[in-house]
Write a protein that binds this ligand. Structure first.
Ligand SMILES: [Zn+2]
Length: 478
């Protein structure tokens, strides 16, 4: 057996420590446990120690088939192993496609995505093998988790001064960002499985009170809990009344409508919504509940393993909650998803009106961002938006983080989804996206993403762009 590991890998110690601390954090429930870890270890072994690349690919395919995991729900790890095995055996086309699949569909942290991008570049038989193994070694150690940290509540953001006066002349500044991808400094005791074990249902909802009391006593200590069939809402002040009860009813109704429109499945246990009256409390919740330090411009985020939503929402406003709820449902039901849909759909419902048993999407503050982009000849190409992988969508593909590009991408995604919804085409597109398979896809992943949109709309992208802009102008002038 030949061992091809590098003798002295140039891996920065800090990132190793960080990766190691977060090891096993990203494994989704259906792939976790002894069996899955054993399988991963075995695959790593036959790839890195025994160089049995073709065998590795077959084993991974068999394993996924046996586990009966739908394509979109396959976590990134086995895809990564497949990609490496393909590249190492000289099947670069398949290797690149599998790397692309990860880049396009998984919202991992920028640094880990950049590592994948590097690997994809090296996916060629002529690649420097020792260098190649070094980078692989880094990926092998584990993973990091990403938290979406966003500004999404219109009722709040519309009042944010800087949001109203976007200074387009100032080329690289736009604040606050509509989304901030945080690298969560996860504490070890808050591993994925710890979070997953936080299960609250009608039987044990009292334990939610206990667990919050435990850490909240050092705080002002005041909170109240409201429950409904699918939610547990923790209000971090002691006010409770008819007003809040009607808000919770509305949230249940929103959930019901989203489920019927998109076919989302609802998590078995309650979705826990932490509502902080102001930022200080939210910072505290994030620290204590999820072990993360949050950016001060943040007004809400959600975490998948413990199905929780944390927001600053004076008066229990639903905007950000609806946005984050969509994220939880999308990740829970669809798994891997293209960024323009994974962010466009939540952004639509952040400003939506519940009435007559319907959830009507309304125009919102993100239109200002598109207007600014149009007025300043900033690129609003839908073709490039659809081709975006998560790195370029979050404007983090270069060393420079570009908050304006990020804001435009979010706004454009929202309005393009809104357009497709009104054309009754959104669901058809989503269905085809869910059915994608990197193994059998004829075009590249980004080519395929564009093709689906063109096929469903029955016209080429330049025409789609024209029709969308015409629709947008009319919407804007209404
Ligand atoms: Zn979002």
């Amino acid at each position: 057996m030949t061992v091809h590991r590098p003798k002295s890998p140039k891996i920065n110690l800090l990132s190793v420590a960080r990766l190691a601390a977060l090891f096993i954090f990203m494994y989704p429930a259906n792939m976790r446990g002894q069996e899955c870890n054993a399988f991963y270890k075995y695959t790593e072994d036959i790839i890195w120690n025994e160089n049995k690349f073709t065998e590795a690919v077959d084993q991974i395919k068999n394993y996924l088939e046996e586990q009966n995991i739908k394509n979109q729900k396959v976590p990134w790890q086995p895809i990564y192993y497949k990609a490496v095995a393909y590249c190492s055996s000289g099947n670069c086309e398949k290797g690149v496609k599998n790397f692309d699949w990860i880049l396009h569909n998984f919202k991992l942290t920028p640094s880990i995505l950049k590592d994948f991008k590097k690997l994809k570049k090296k996916c060629t038989p002529a690649a420097n093998i020792s260098e190649y193994y070094k980078v692989c070694g880094l990926g092998q150690l584990g993973s990091r988790v990403s938290y979406t940290i966003e500004l999404a509540d219109p009722e709040i953001s519309i009042q944010t001064k800087s949001m109203q006066s976007i200074n387009w002349k100032d080329l690289d500044r736009l604040e606050p960002g509509t989304s901030y991808l945080g690298e969560a400094p996860m504490q070890e005791q808050l591993s994925n499985s710890t979070l997953e074990n936080r299960k609250f249902n009608d039987e044990n909802i009292s334990s939610l009170r206990d667990s919050i009391t435990k850490w909240n006593s050092s705080n002002s200590g005041m909170f109240s809990i409201m429950t409904s069939p699918h939610f547990g809402v923790v209000l971090y002040n002691d006010i409770k009344g008819d007003f809040y009860t009607s808000k919770l009813d509305e949230l249940e109704n929103c959930l019901r409508i989203l489920v019927s429109q998109y076919g989302f499945s609802i998590p078995k246990d309650k979705i826990i919504v932490h509502v902080a009256p102001e930022k200080y409390t939210m910072k505290n919740i994030a620290k204590k509940m999820h072990g993360i330090s949050i950016n001060k411009s943040l007004i809400g985020y959600s975490t998948d393993p413990d199905r929780s939503i944390v927001v600053t929402a004076p008066g229990f406003m639903l905007g950000t909650i609806k946005h984050e709820l969509c994220h939880i449902l999308i990740n829970h039901t669809w798994g891997a998803m293209a960024p323009w849909l994974a962010e466009g759909i939540p952004a639509m419902y952040e400003v939506s009106d519940y009435s007559n048993n319907n959830l009507k999407v309304l125009s919102n503050w993100r239109a200002k961002i598109i207007n600014g982009a149009i007025d300043h000849h900033y690129n609003i190409s839908l073709d490039s938006l659809i081709r975006c992988d998560w790195l370029s969508f979050n404007a983090q593909s270069d060393s420079l983080y570009n908050p304006r590009r990020l804001a435009v991408n979010h706004a454009l995604s929202r309005y393009f989804c809104f357009y497709l919804l009104e054309q009754n085409k959104l669901i058809d597109i989503v269905k085809l996206y869910i059915a994608r398979d990197p193994e059998t896809m004829e075009q590249s992943v980004e080519e395929n993403a564009v093709k689906i949109v063109e096929n469903v709309l029955g016209k080429p992208m330049n025409q789609v762009q024209g029709d969308f802009q015409k629709w947008y102008r009319e919407k804007r002038n209404k």
